[in-house]
Design a protein. Sequence first.
Length: 130
Amino acid sequence: MTFTDLSEKEEAVSPAPSSSYSSYASEKELLDELNLLKKQLQAKEDRLKEQDLKLVKSQERLKEISNLKMMLQDKDKQLEQKEEIIKEKEEQLSEMVQRFASSLFIYFTLTLGLDMELNSPKEDFIIYIY
């Protein structure tokens, strides 16, 4: 075989330099695209992690708000109960004052001999008590 025959066989077996360069450029483009996709994926994963963290914080805050709401409802119930007790005690006190005023009126009427049918100090006394 001659030198020309060998070089023709080499050219037939090995790829042409232009296709090799083309293949390299294509691989580089694919690698660049792959790296870009990796960066995009990482950015999306980072955003998801941030959203998950925000979601967890929001859920914790929601629990706190729910607990505070329950505490507020309990305090409202306690306040209503105290208001009812105060109202009952005010009514009891009012009844006691009325009984005491009636007792005083009767006492003064009997002991001082005030006339109930005449225009007497009893009216002034009743006004004074109330």
